[in-house]
Design a protein around this ligand. Structure first.
Ligand SMILES: Cc1ncc(COP(=O)(O)O)c(C=O)c1O
Length: 360
């Protein structure tokens, strides 16, 4: 068996320990004679799995009691519609556009009410996070929406935007559990799990209780109404059982690593290896302003499309997979989520040094 260094932006690398454990339990989960994939979602066995997963996530993120944790389906994109449907009482919301995922959420919300762009970094191809210290918040806005870590462009908010009292909704798909956040700064935090937590399809929403009501937009499908799932403890219908089981294992793995403070330290040290190299390289350049760099997604370019393609090809041959940048931006991107070992980044940098030497 050969495992590659997988720099995919998502679905992405998961802890090997978790995959091995899941493999061992595949045919017979804890002596019950079946796989978690095969068991009833109403069984005691599965109740334990989902309840433990929720308790571990609550502990890791220090989630206050007045927030619900929902395990949902439909990926992060399903929440692009659910958020306006559940929150747009005044039919108005403010958006900060920092990349394609924020834009998609904005476009979807525009179908249900007045969506305002109150800040954007599109003028410089999303290479920075706009100043959010004195935003022009709309009086009637039901909430302010941000994408906290921009998977494609490699930027991340370093400070919580000042929403002047309005509810803050954050898509944290690509930075969740990479460092601590103060949950109380947000009304809603949600994340597709396929980057830092588990298999694609599951989306976890952490929502302040008072925002979960029957007062949703007319026509909201039952499955997109948060209250449906909150009332049923995420078991309104068959949940993505196997995905939730893997998420639970990753939460336990994170606890063993020392929790989110330890992950932050590990991620900072790991990202620094790559950023330090990019800052002194003659050939490779990071594309994001230094202050707003993501610890999870690191885009870089040589400035020459042919050289970029040569690099991606040779890197793949050397066992470094999925380094090609997003199809809309080109260049390269190394996604270095929690489960990417430091050694993977050290080896990548070694390879980049050698490539630079050989292609001067
Ligand atoms: C920040 C962010 N939000 C949302 C999505 C969309 O997630 P999904 O494919 O689960 O709908 C992605 C990418 O997969 C993402 O990186």
């Amino acid at each position: 068996m050969t495992r590659v260094y997988n720099f995919s932006a998502g679905p992405a690398v998961l802890p090997e320990e978790v995959l091995k454990e899941a493999a061992e339990e595949m045919l017979d989960y804890k002596g019950c004679g079946m796989s978690v994939m095969e068991m009833s979602h109403r069984s005691k066995m599965f109740s334990d799995i989902i309840e433990t997963a929720e308790a571990d996530l609550r502990e890791l993120m220090n989630i206050p009691d007045n927030y619900k944790v929902l395990f949902l389906q439909g990926g992060a994109s399903s929440q692009f519609s659910a958020i306006p449907m559940n929150l747009m009482r005044n039919k108005e919301a403010d958006f900060i556009i920092t990349g394609q995922w924020a834009k998609k959420a904005y476009q979807e919300a525009s179908r249900y009410g007045k969506a305002n762009i109150i800040a954007s970094s599109e003028d410089k191809t999303f290479t920075y996070i706009p100043d959010c210290s004195d935003l022009n918040i709309s009086e009637n806005a039901d909430y302010v929406y941000v994408c906290y870590n921009n998977t494609i462009y490699g930027t991340k908010y370093q400070q919580v935007p000042d929403t002047k009292g309005k509810i803050l909704v954050a898509d944290m798909s690509s930075c969740i559990l990479s460092e601590p956040v103060n949950v109380e700064d947000f009304g809603v935090i949600y994340f597709g799990v396929q980057k830092n937590v588990g298999p694609a399809g599951v989306v976890v929403a952490v929502i302040r209780e008072d925002l979960i009501t029957d007062d949703v937009l007319p026509g909201t499908p039952t499955m997109l109404k948060w209250k449906t799932h909150a009332d049923a403890k995420s078991l309104y219908n068959t949940p993505p059982c196997y995905g939730i089981y893997i998420c639970g294992k990753v939460f336990q793995w994170l606890k063993k690593q020392g929790g989110l403070e330890a992950m932050k330290k590990h991620n900072e040290e790991k990202a620094k290896i790559l950023y330090d190299f990019l800052d002194q390289s003659e050939m490779f350049k990071g594309t994001v302003v230094k202050e707003d760099r993501s610890l999870m997604n690191v885009p870089f370019v040589t400035g020459n499309d042919e050289m970029d393609a040569k690099f991606v090809k040779e890197a793949k041959e050397a066992g470094f997979e999925n380094l090609k940048g997003h199809r809309t931006v080109g260049g390269m991107r190394a996604s270095i989520y929690n489960a990417m070992p430091t050694e993977g980044v050290e080896k990548l940098v070694e390879f980049m040094k050698k490539f630079e030497e050989e292609n001067k």
